[in-house]
Ligand binder design. Structure first.
Ligand code: SAM
Length: 230
């Protein structure tokens, strides 16, 4: 069984996909999807040796070696042209790391793949990359598990897209939907940011002006978003 987080990720993998799960660790996601008959083939990519071996072990113990290929590779280098990958999942990493993996692996993308991304923080720079590379966000989710807020971002290449600074910050669809989990996440973050601001005010050392401005801007945006009626 998958964690709720990976269960929600799994729900965004199209039926019959050929999935590349990059940073797969134990390969739990491709193995669960294959057992359910939800995908037809998978590549599990891992850069580090210990998780690479863990992925190999899970695939072997589930007798899925003929359907799931485990490769030790950096990012999208795990994908080979013959794989015919139709969906790529990148989960449980920082948003900046996911962005860097996508950016340095551009030549391994056909542009036809659905991206299912589950960043742990750093969502803004990741959305920025998606916009700059012509990916439209199709679906977004915030979920809480083990006292942690996770985000899921699903995107596909669409041609030019334009998101405002606030949309990149909050997520263009989540801003509209305003799910309970989304609102709670930002209430918690607002509280955190306000505490940081208080500690800045009490700090004996000068806080860089830029940092202060960024913090007050975020507090204003979050307060406005939470306070606005729709
Ligand atoms: N995707 C799984 C999940 O969501 O439960 C595992 C997440 S685990 C916290 C992150 C994994 O990404 C680690 O096993 C790490 O080795 C791998 N990773 C980090 N950078 C990577 C890269 N550039 N290429 C491939 N794997 C990477």
């Amino acid at each position: 069984t998958l964690s709720m987080r990976l269960e929600r990720v799994a729900a965004h993998v199209p039926a019959g996909a050929r999935l590349a799960d990059i940073g797969s660790d134990h390969a739990y996601l491709p193995v669960a999807l294959m057992h359910r008959g939800a995908i037809v083939a998978a590549v599990a990519g891992e850069v580090a040796l210990t998780p690479f071996h863990a992925a190999q072990r899970t695939v072997r113990e589930n007798d899925l070696e003929h359907l799931i290929t485990v490769r030790q590779a950096n990012g999208l280098a795990a994908i080979e042209p013959g794989d015919g990958i139709t969906a790529i999942s990148l989960c449980g990493m920082g948003g900046e790391t996911i962005r860097d993996i996508l950016d340095s692996g551009k030549t391994n993308l056909s542009g036809q793949e659905r991206l299912i991304l589950q960043p742990n923080g750093g969502e803004q720079p990741l959305r920025q990359w998606l916009m700059e590379n012509g990916y439209r966000i199709l679906s977004e989710e915030v979920l809480r598990e083990n006292r942690f807020d996770y985000e899921i971002i699903v995107a596909e290449r669409s041609g030019p897209v334009m998101y405002s600074a606030e949309e990149l910050f909050f997520g263009p669809l989540q801003m509209q939907t305003r799910s309970p989990a989304f609102m709670l996440k930002w209430q918690r973050l607002l509280h955190k940011r306000q505490k940081t601001l208080t500690s800045f005010a009490q700090a004996r050392q000068a806080v860089p002006e830029e940092k202060l401005q960024e913090l007050t801007r975020q507090i204003r945006w979050i307060s406005e978003m939470l306070g606005s009626q729709r």
